[in-house]
Structures are given as structure tokens and as C-alpha cells.
Design a protein around this ligand. Structure first.
Ligand SMILES: Cc1cc2nc3c(=O)[nH]c(=O)nc-3n(C[C@H](O)[C@H](O)[C@H](O)COP(=O)(O)OP(=O)(O)OC[C@H]3O[C@@H](n4cnc5c(N)ncnc54)[C@H](O)[C@@H]3O)c2cc1C
Length: 395
């Protein structure tokens, strides 16, 4: 283990790399690159196990424009504004701006689906369950239970009710809300007391140096915006700079191989995923269901009405995993193609329309659809879907 007193000349676990003499070399057992959600979580684990670790974080305690500019870049392919607007580049990473929505993956997320190219994982949900339990404690979530019925019963209020969805094609799911935990702030004191972890701020990793065969990383090259440099040698390197920057760092580390580290198969940076959003229509609730808070996201952060076991929750509508054709069609559209906006809207409508218990009618104008919606939202049918192209009743 590195002593607290070495060339960094400090007993402090947070070190400002701008104050470190130029050209210094550090040797540690584990080097974590990135002090966001993943990086700080692993650092806390390694501290608990007494493993000599350093974290290299690009930003400081607070956001600054010059560091954020390092996120800029050009997107090719589908139009996507990934550059600096959708991430936070300072201690705590994107937990500084995340919303706290939390729920585990669904079992079918791991399955091979013949309509999703390259799908299927070598393990299933059960493999992750023990880790979810621990993640709940890290994120300060409630019981590991995402059954909407459990939450409806625990909350026990007339204005927090599940909507019956008898068709089986649409279901409801529950999310829990982290307070939300901002990792940089929330775990700062704990990390300050660490004996085995040192955290370098304003430390931008610009390249990973590997052996000739590109099979083993030996060093990370660090630079500050003021032009100082530092190297870190470690037995183990952990890349935790987020989905975009991990790929960028591996591709930029092309001293030994022009294609970058780990990129022999040209896969690094591929399969990028985000959550596309579009308004496919509006849901109109029937009288008696309109003041239902369970599905109303504006209540979740503040209202005790949607809280049980010390935990705020919210329910959403989702498609069931059944492989009925329209469902498959919709998921495929979300999963792949360029120009997803237009296609997904069209698809969404078709997908809902395929529900046998829906009354579907095409109408050209929004006004017509609204009128139709008014007719079909009754006490016996809790909600109906109104979209530009059609209106649908589901129960
Ligand atoms: C606006 C917004 C809302 C979100 N809401 C939710 C939500 O409600 N629920 C949910 O589950 N997820 C949400 N997310 C996603 C969630 O925040 C991320 O999935 C999560 O933060 C990823 O963790 P990470 O450790 O991989 O990366 P980050 O948390 O982004 O951490 C990466 C760290 O690496 C540092 N870094 C980057 N490059 C370098 C480099 N070259 N050298 C050194 N350090 C570097 C960065 O400064 C950063 O601190 C949201 C994200 C955003 C942006």
C-alpha cells in the first residue's frame, strides 16, 4: 500500500493534479479512470478491502466549462447530440444530473431475440440479483420489489390505484426513485477518510499505454488543462469514464495498434444506445381514473401520496414481451433503424392498434381523434389512447 505521505506531499485523499509537479510517475495496484457512478462505487469497495487504489477524475468538485468542453465531438451516422449537453464531467459524473429513476432490467432483456441482431447475454437476470441488492443500498432505494401490486397495496390509497389492463398486451411497471444520490457529494466525506484510495481531480487521461501485442495495459497518461503531465502504472486498470468516453479513450490509445486497444473486431464504440423519446399520442383517462397519482410522474419526488416503505415510486405503461406481430414490429423499430423518429411513431400506433380488445379507427385530424376519445373513455374503460392517426380504447 502507498503511504499517505509520498511525492504528492499530502495526507489528503483528494489531490489537485494541477498542484502536482510536472512529469511525476505513480505506481498503484488498481487505477480507476473516471470518478462517476461506477468509478466511485468500485473505489469504495476497494477501500473496504484495503487495496491500494487511485482514481483519476477529469473534473473537480464543481462543474467548469473548460473541462466540460472535453466532451465535445462530432457524431456521425444518426444525428445525436452527445457532445457536452447530456453528461456531467466532474466528481460524481452524470449522477450530478441524473433523475434517480431506478428499476432492474427485465428477464427478456437478456434473451436472444431473433428480431434484434446480436441479442442475447451469456447470463440471465438471476446472475445480477445479488448485485441489485447491493445497488439498492448504494442508491438509497427501498425494498427490492418491483411488483406494482405490492406498491399499490403498501400505499393503500384510493387515489393510488393500478389500472386494470385485461388485454395482456400492455402492462404496468414500477420504478423507484433514488433521492437522487449525487455520488460526488454523497460519498465525499467517506472518501476523504479513505486510507487506501487517492482521488486525483483535474486529471484527464489522454491515452492508455499497452504492451506490443496490445493485450495488457501498463500505464495511463494523464494531463491537466494547464499542460502538466503525469503517468500512472498499475496492475489493474478500470475504465469508468462512461459509455462514450470509454470508447473514445480506447480508440485514442492507438500507439501500438492503429485501430486502438481492444478493437481488433472493430466493435469498440459500436452498439451505442440511448432512450429515444417521441410523443406517440396522448392517454385520456375516463372519469374516476383522472386523479390517479400512481402513473403521474409529477407527484413522485415530493408527494407522500406515492410513497411506502420510505420510498417514492411511479408506475408506467409498457408493452408485454409477448411476440405478437405488432409488438415485435414496434420493438424492432425502436431497436435499430436510422430515422427512428418517423418510423417509431407510425409503429407505435400500429402496435396499440393490434390489441384485439381495442376499438381502433383511423381518423385524419386530431380533432376527430379527440372526439372519438371522449366517446370511448367511460367508467368501464379506464383510459384510451389518442394519437394523430387513430384513437384506441384499452382495458
Ligand atoms: C440528464 C441525465 C439524467 C439521467 N437520469 C437517469 C435516471 O433517472 N435513471 C438512470 O438509471 N440513469 C439515468 N441517467 C444515466 C446515469 O446517470 C448514467 O448511466 C451513469 O451516471 C453512468 O455511470 P458511469 O460511471 O458509467 O459514468 P459517469 O457517471 O458519467 O462517470 C464518468 C466519469 O468519468 C470522468 N471522465 C470522463 N472522461 C475522462 C477522462 N478521459 N479521464 C478522466 N476522467 C474522465 C467524468 O468526468 C465522470 O466523472 C441519466 C443521465 C443523464 C445525463
Amino acid at each position: 500500500m502507498l503511504g499517505r505521505q509520498d511525492w504528492t506531499g499530502t495526507t489528503h485523499m483528494f489531490i489537485d493534479t494541477r498542484q502536482v509537479n510536472d512529469g511525476r510517475a505513480l505506481v498503484v495496484t488498481v487505477c480507476i479512470i473516471g470518478g462517476g457512478v461506477a468509478g466511485l462505487t468500485i473505489a469504495r469497495e476497494l477501500e473496504a478491502h484495503g487495496i491500494d487504489t487511485c482514481v483519476l477524475e477529469s473534473g473537480g468538485f464543481e462543474p467548469d466549462d473548460a473541462t466540460r468542453d472535453l466532451c465535445r465531438g462530432d457524431a456521425t451516422g444518426m444525428a445525436y447530440e452527445f457532445a457536452d449537453g447530456c453528461r456531467a464531467r466532474f466528481l460524481g459524473g452524470s449522477s450530478n444530473c441524473w433523475g434517480g429513476w431506478s428499476r432492474p432490467l427485465d428477464p427478456w432483456d437478456f434473451e436472444r431475440r431473433d428480431w434484434v441482431p446480436h441479442s442475447g447475454w451469456p447470463f440471465g437476470l438471476a446472475h445480477l440479483m445479488p448485485y441489485y441488492e447491493r445497488a439498492h443500498s448504494v442508491l438509497r432505494l427501498g425494498p427490492l420489489n418491483f411488483d406494482p401490486g405490492f406498491w399499490e397495496q403498501s400505499i393503500g390509497r384510493r387515489d393510488v390505484r393500478r389500472i386494470p389492463m385485461a388485454s395482456g398486451r400492455v402492462r404496468d411497471t414500477v420504478s423507484q426513485f433514488s433521492p437522487p444520490v449525487r455520488f460526488g457529494r454523497h460519498y465525499r466525506k467517506e472518501l476523504q477518510r479513505a486510507s487506501h484510495v487517492r482521488l486525483f481531480l483535474h486529471a484527464n487521461v489522454t491515452a492508455l499505454l499497452s504492451d506490443r501485442a496490445c493485450t495488457r495495459i501498463s500505464q495511463a497518461r494523464v494531463q491537466t488543462l494547464e499542460g502538466k503531465s503525469m503517468t500512472v502504472a498499475a496492475r489493474v486498470f478500470i475504465l469508468a469514464t462512461g459509455g462514450i468516453e470509454n470508447a473514445r479513450l480506447l480508440l485514442a490509445s492507438n500507439q501500438q495498434m492503429a485501430c486502438g486497444i481492444g478493437n481488433r473486431h472493430d466493435l469498440v464504440g459500436r452498439y451505442f444506445m440511448d432512450h429515444p423519446r417521441m410523443q406517440a399520442g396522448r392517454v385520456r383517462f375516463a372519469p374516476g381514473w383522472t386523479r390517479n397519482k400512481l402513473y403521474d410522474i409529477k407527484y413522485n419526488y415530493q408527494s407522500r401520496a406515492v410513497k411506502a416503505h420510505g420510498q417514492h415510486v411511479a408506475a408506467q405503461f409498457a408493452l408485454t414481451p409477448k411476440r405478437w406481430p405488432a409488438n415485435v414490429y414496434s420493438m424492432r423499430a425502436f431497436a435499430s433503424v436510422p430515422n427512428f423518429r418517423a418510423r417509431a411513431v407510425r409503429v407505435h400506433v400500429r402496435c396499440f392498434a393490434a390489441s384485439r380488445r381495442c376499438c381502433t379507427r383511423t381518423s385524419r385530424a386530431g380533432a376527430g381523434a379527440k372526439k372519438q376519445a371522449r366517446c370511448c373513455a367511460t367508467r368501464s374503460t379506464p383510459f384510451c389512447m389518442v394519437s394523430r392517426a387513430c384513437s384506441i380504447r384499452a382495458s
